[in-house]
Design a protein around this ligand. Sequence first.
Ligand code: FNR
Length: 182
Amino acid sequence: MNIVTIVGSIRKESYNMKLAKTLQERYKDKLNINIIDIASLPFFNQDEEENPPQIVREFKETIANADGVIIVTPEYNWSVPGILKNALDWTSRVDKVLIGKPVMALGASMGMLGTVRAQMHLREILSSPGIQAKVLPPGGNEVLIGFANQKFDEETNQLAEEGTLNFLDSIIDKFTNFVKEA
Ligand code: FNR
């Protein structure tokens, strides 16, 4: 199963990137996870939406060809980082590559609430007319990793907390079935 993963942080030591890499490694037997670069995308410009730069075309094509998308994002000021919103804005115009695409979201933050506000905003964005992704429903499926600074192994850089990893296993199983049924 081919999964594209979009990470909302470009910080070198990003916990969310470490989380994406944990997914890539831990589920490599069943998911082929491609962590896609969004830092090189230009700012969305409506003047260019019909004929976007090559890098945007490739980004959209990669999403179009994926079986599903996993978004791993921090929370910035109670919402999603601009870099993630920018990438999503590109997907929402002309060839609307996220329509009907299975998506799940997860996030890590240093605070207690583990990106809950960002994820609520993200669900709204993903429901907008130009995006209309098929999002793994809430109700037990939210992966909100708070106090991230205490949960990653400093040597392997991977998520290391057993309880969170077990929960992640169950949600990834659900998402895998969700993608198969889509
Ligand atoms: C934050 N942080 C943050 N945390 C949170 O739980 N809610 C928030 O609204 C914000 N807002 C916020 C804004 C900005 C501009 C920054 C730089 C940071 C803290 C954030 O959770 C923390 O920096 C994470 O480590 C960011 O994720 P990465 O880069 O580690 O993946």
